[in-house]
Each structure stands twice: as C-alpha cells, then as structure tokens.
Design a protein around this ligand. Structure first.
Ligand SMILES: Nc1ncnc2c1ncn2[C@@H]1O[C@H](COP(=O)(O)OP(=O)(O)OP(=O)(O)O)[C@@H](O)[C@H]1O
Ligand SMILES: [Mg+2]
Length: 279
C-alpha cells in the first residue's frame, strides 16, 4: 500500500500521534499484519513481484493468503494485476522475487502441471474451453493425469452442473458464455482440487447467469474446495466471499471480511463506486 493512498481515517483506533492512520482494512493489508494472519494458511504469497516485460513489474510486492475452506475474493480496477496474481500463483508467469507456498511447501514458479498434481485448479479469464471438442472431451482434458477416475468424477461434476451431463456430446463451441463457464469450471473440478483459482467467472454473463455462477461457487466451496475468485462484479463477489482483497497497482490495498469491505467508506469511494458505474 503506498503512502499516498493512505487516508487519515481513525477506524483502526490507533495512536493519535501516528498520522496518517490506517483504516482497519488498510491495516490488515500491511505486511506486518499479513505475516501474523497468514501463519496457518493453505496457500500464501509473500512480497510477490512479477511481470511480463523485462523491467516492468505488474505485481509489486503483493501479499495474499487463503485459509483452508475459505472463499476469498479479489477485486480492484482494470489493470490492477488481478489476473497476473492468479497466473503467478499458478506458475504461468515467472516470479521475479517473493514466494508462493502451498501447505508450507515452496511452490514459487512451479509449473502448472505440478500444481494440478498438488490439488490446485485454475480457470482462466478467457479462452477457457476447447470449442471443437464436446463437453465430455473437454472434461476428459481435465483428467489427463488420472483418467481411470473419469466416470466417478464426471458423475460428481454433473451433480454440480447437471447441464454438463445432459449435453455431454455437444460441442463446447456451440454453448453460450454461461455454459462455457460451467464447462471450464467442471474441467478444473475433474482433478478433485483442494484449491480453485477462478478468474472472472461471471464476466460477460447475463445477470441471471451471473447469479447462478456465484451460487455454484458457494456450493463448490461448501463441498470442501477452497476458492480464490477474481471478480469485476465487486459487490456480488464481496457479498458471497469470506474475505476479500482490493488489489491496486500490484499490491493489496485493503483486506477484510467481504461484508466489512463492502461497507468501508474508503473502499466504496475508491473502488465500488467506480466499479459499480463502470458495469
Ligand atoms: N501478456 C501480457 N503481456 C504484457 N503485459 C500484460 C500481459 N497481460 C497483462 N499485461 C499487463 O499487466 C497489467 C495487469 O494486467 P492484469 O490482466 O493482471 O489486470 P487485471 O487486474 O486482471 O485487469 P482486468 O480487470 O482488466 O482483467 C496491465 O497493465 C496489462 O496491460
Ligand atoms: Mg483480469
């Protein structure tokens, strides 16, 4: 969090001599608090620095953690680095400095297939189905490591998304955006992940489908899968998540329970207002 963004709020109840004081959500986003709170996390990132172009860092010291069983939302303006954070966690872009740990094992820059083996699933923001393959074939692609369990997992995933079972022979390219999203999530779930990274699962969907996606994410979470969800639909995301992060310019600027962030005047002013009017 940069100094210039720190408002002079008093929600943290700190000393009157330390100015500017941080709000509760800003304080929780500081490195010191992160280190305390992330102690027993399932997945954590510490001081992540990563980017695409040499010399240009998109993540600029990002801290993040996910506890076992949590659904954690990440919101923030366009270009803040939300998708980049998921890619860095999933080993899709090199981490320049900082660490990613899964159950205390250092997985920094581990290749995606290693992460999948270790129970991490990832659903990218775009191009997340094979359009020329059927629904069933798309789900088989998700099982390339453990094809012997296909029938059992297909049954499980079809219970979460009945459409996938009913229309298993249909080509994914013929599906609507919402249906493709179900295929992509279903494919990630085939490997029985313990952590799911979702990049904008509700993007481009009609309001009815958006609601459906959020309800399903909660259901998947309730079935024991810990979830990190990046979302542009910030209010809806904060409503359903256990905790949320506001990412800004490659750093976590605010973090708190979803409900508290939604009611934080600074978060509303800086992020929810603009995000709400932009959508
Ligand atoms: N493949 C890439 N090569 C170079 N720069 C990239 C690449 N992908 C993203 N960027 C840049 O990294 C920055 C962060 O992008 P990122 O996609 O992580 O943002 P985001 O927070 O997910 O935004 P959005 O809400 O629009 O999805 C942007 O400035 C973007 O232009
Ligand atoms: Mg993105």
């Amino acid at each position: 969090m940069s100094e210039s963004n720190a408002p002079a709020g008093d929600a943290a109840g700190g000393s009157p001599h330390t100015a500017p004081e941080l709000t509760r959500a800003q304080l929780a986003a500081t490195r010191e608090e992160h280190v305390k709170l992330a102690e027993s996390a399932l997945l954590r990132a510490d001081e992540l620095v990563a980017g695409y172009v040499p010399g240009v860092n998109i993540l600029r010291g990002c801290d993040f953690y996910l506890n076992d069983g949590e659904l954690v939302g990440i919101i923030g303006p366009n270009g803040a680095g939300k998708s980049t954070l998921l890619k860095a966690l999933f080993g899709l872009i090199p981490v320049r400095s900082g660490t990613v740990r899964l159950r205390d094992e250092d997985i920094t820059s581990a290749p995606a297939h290693t992460l999948v083996r270790n129970g991490v699933g990832y659903v990218p923001q775009n191009n997340n189905v094979f359009p020329s393959l059927t629904i069933e074939e798309n789900l088989q692609m998700g099982m390339f490591l453990r094809s012997s369990k296909f029938a059992e997992r297909f049954d499980h995933v079809s219970q979460l998304f009945p459409m996938l079972g009913e229309r298993r022979k249909q080509k994914a390219g013929a599906l609507s955006g919402g249906e493709r999203q179900m295929v992509a999530m279903g494919r990630a779930l085939m490997m029985e992940p313990s952590v799911l990274l979702l990049d904008e699962p509700s993007a481009g969907l009609s309001p009815a489908f958006q609601d459906d996606v959020f309800i399903r994410c909660r259901r998947i979470n309730a079935s024991g899968v810990s979830i990190i969800m990046v979302e542009q639909n910030a209010r809806r995301c904060l409503q359903i998540c256990d905790r949320g992060y506001v990412l800004d310019q490659g750093r976590n600027a605010y973090t708190d329970s979803g409900r508290s962030l939604m009611n934080d005047p600074k978060v509303i002013e800086l992020y929810l207002g603009t995000l709400a009017t932009a959508r």
